[in-house]
Design a binder for this molecule. Structure first.
Ligand SMILES: *Cc1c(COP(=O)(O)O)cnc(C)c1O
Length: 426
């Protein structure tokens, strides 16, 4: 039983679980907001430099990264006009930032999770006196050293996979605490690469808490804290630099007459928060960021709309946190991420499971994009946002498709056919 709390200024439609467009009344000029934050642009640049230091190592460990020289980025796609029109609900230019196809993990967590494991590996290596030649970290002498360390994380599935893959590739022990939303195939996939999977009959917030206490007392252990980690956040933030280069290469001008609108699926808030932070540094007020959440898990919306500094949960307003958009099944937002985006995002759109699944199907049949429901929600949000917000002239709308590329075929077929999980056996 949920006991909705009165008094929080959350729109009635959000409480009722009806798809809603929430315009952020607290949005302020980017420069003003960014100057007040602890993290600065120099932190993003340092993160970008770390990605580059580690690129030769990544190219060595993951053959699929050889063609990019070890850099992890996705394509910026332009779907055909008929699909764009359907997504936009009218004319305009639509681009897809295809993180569902990111190498190594097939989801946006490659940016945050992989990055934080590299950051930790660098700290461990520094203690042994390593200063350059990062590619040598693939040598057995290093995996033996790393094997004495454990990387721990709590996850609904995708972060656990990204952290697990990177940790195991270097030789770290890895322990992933999975919430009850985590799909069986996601757990199996982790066990196959030698990750210790700890299952919890509880939600994401509880799985993260269990992971945190498991890590707290152990030596040689690093906890990847999805709720507070600045390293994860910075790993995501560097995506803004990649996008800027792609827009330039495509000859797409961004200025006050031609703003970017970027739609970002939001779970705990780290990924969309980090990317918003990076984009606001790069594009200032010429970029507008819109978050997308499931109607049953609008944790960032309730956190920001409530105006509270204490954590507010979707259970407090009577929602269930039960959703097929499993990557977004989070009841309480990261207060760290909420604090960063409070004055930076333009608003939040909530999406029903039915609409999200409809766009999984349409993305596949009309644009050849293999998306999981969490990612397809961004497509479902665009037309509602465009309808509700005042015209912004010649916009470019960018949908950030955050995952799905590595869904097993039988799981994807079930989504396409809207069947209960486990119906189709491969
Ligand atoms: C994790 C995830 C998100 C959201 O990231 P948060 O950091 O949890 O806000 C969005 N889409 C997919 C597919 C994800 O796995």
């Amino acid at each position: 039983m949920n006991h909705p709390k009165p008094g929080l200024s959350v729109p009635e439609a959000v409480r009722a679980g009806v798809p809603t467009v929430w315009c952020n009344p607290h949005v302020c000029p980017a420069a003003e907001v960014l100057s007040t934050l602890r993290l600065q642009w120099s932190d993003v640049q340092a993160a970008q430099a770390r990605w580059r230091r580690f690129a030769p190592l990544l190219a060595k460990l993951f053959p699929e990264l050889r063609s990019s020289g070890g850099l992890i980025d996705s394509a910026l796609l332009e779907p055909k006009q008929s699909f764009a029109r359907a997504v936009l609900g009218g004319e305009g230019r639509l681009l897809v930032k295809a993180d569902h196809d990111l190498p190594v993990t097939g989801c946006i967590k490659a940016r945050g999770g992989v990055y934080e494991v590299l950051w930790y590996a660098e700290r461990v290596a520094e203690a042994f006196g390593l200063l350059d030649d990062f590619a040598s970290l693939a040598d057995p002498v290093w995996s033996e050293r790393f094997a004495r360390h454990t990387v721990v994380v709590g996850s609904t599935g995708n972060l656990g996979f990204s952290v697990g893959v990177m940790a195991r590739a270097l030789g770290f022990a890895a322990e992933v605490h999975m919430s009850s939303d985590a799909k069986a195939w996601k757990k199996d996939r982790l066990r196959r690469i030698g990750v210790n999977v700890v299952e919890h009959e509880a939600d994401y917030t509880a799985a993260v808490a269990a992971a945190r206490s498991s890590a707290a007392t152990r030596p040689k252990c690093h906890f990847v804290d999805d709720e507070t980690s600045e390293q994860l956040f910075l790993g995501y933030a560097t995506a803004a630099i990649d996008l800027q280069a792609q827009l330039e290469a495509a000859g797409i001008a961004v200025d006050i007459e031609r703003p970017l609108l970027v739609y970002l699926p939001c779970g705990v808030g780290g990924a969309p928060g980090g990317i918003t932070f990076g984009l606001k540094h790069v594009f200032g007020d010429t970029v507008r960021c819109v978050f997308v959440e499931p109607v049953e898990s609008p944790c960032m919306l309730v956190q920001l709309a409530s105006g509270s500094d204490a954590s507010v949960s979707v259970y407090d307003i009577g929602r269930t946190n039960q959703t097929v958009q499993d990557g977004l099944a989070v009841a309480s937002a990261s207060l760290f991420a909420a604090g960063v985006v409070r004055h930076l995002i333009d608003g939040i759109v909530t999406v029903s499971d039915a609409d999200s699944l409809e766009w999984v199907r349409r993305a596949w049949s009309e644009a050849g994009l293999k998306l999981e429901p969490s990612a397809a929600s961004a497509l479902a949000a665009v037309a509602s946002w465009v309808r509700a917000s005042p015209s912004t002239g010649r916009r470019t709308d960018i949908v950030w498709t955050t995952g799905g590329g590595l869904l097993p075929d039988d799981v994807f077929l079930e989504l396409l056919n809207d069947l209960p999980a486990g119906t189709i056996r491969s």
